[in-house]
Unconditional design. Structure first.
Length: 184
């Protein structure tokens, strides 16, 4: 949001706030500009929708710098949720399934969503109940790390289920020491 500053403010009257936060009252924008110039600062319209508009005397360059700094900090603390995919086949062996479950739990602990896909080849698609059972078993094993966001659904030759991380599991992963190594 861009603010109007100095000569851009064309309102007849403005409510003025000093550089120390003190209310200076309602005055013409020309008088307010003169006060700002006297202090060697800028007149900035901070609430244009108010009646009369609210203006503040401040160092606009410093204000913009502080605002950019806050936005950068907010972006840095923000975690982007990625969707990681785990692919299975209906006749997967127990050991292989455990490896896939381990990978999925690690993704969920990192706070990412997991898309679990069962691919059917050839005539396997006629036994889609095997895929549904496999996805239910997969969800049951992973239930302490994530919940089923979208239940299993057959789309063409693949059955898809989405899992979202539990809030506590994601929080525990963030609490881990940053120096700990992650296995790949």
């Amino acid at each position: 949001m861009e603010h109007q500053i100095n000569e851009e403010i064309r309102d007849k009257e403005v409510r003025l706030i000093g550089d120390d936060g003190e209310q200076l009252g309602i005055m013409s924008s020309r008088d307010a500009q003169a006060l700002a110039d006297q202090k060697g600062m800028d007149l900035v319209k901070i609430a244009p929708q108010a009646q009369p508009p609210v203006c503040k005397i401040m160092d606009y360059g410093k204000f913009r710098f502080e605002q950019a700094k806050r936005e950068k900090e907010a972006r840095r603390n923000q975690h982007v949720v990625e969707i990681k995919e785990i692919r299975l086949t209906p006749n997967i062996d127990v050991g292989d399934l455990n490896v896939k479950v381990g990978r999925a739990t690690r993704f969920l602990q990192d706070g990412n969503k997991v898309k679990v896909t069962v691919r059917f080849r050839g005539r396997e698609v006629t036994h889609s109940s095997l895929g549904r059972d496999l996805l239910q078993r997969f969800a049951e094993i992973c239930k302490e790390y994530g919940t089923v966001e979208k239940p299993s659904k057959l789309e063409g030759r693949q059955m898809i289920m989405f899992m979202a991380p539990l809030k506590e599991a994601a929080k525990d992963a963030k609490d881990k020491a940053p120096g700990e190594s992650k296995e790949k």
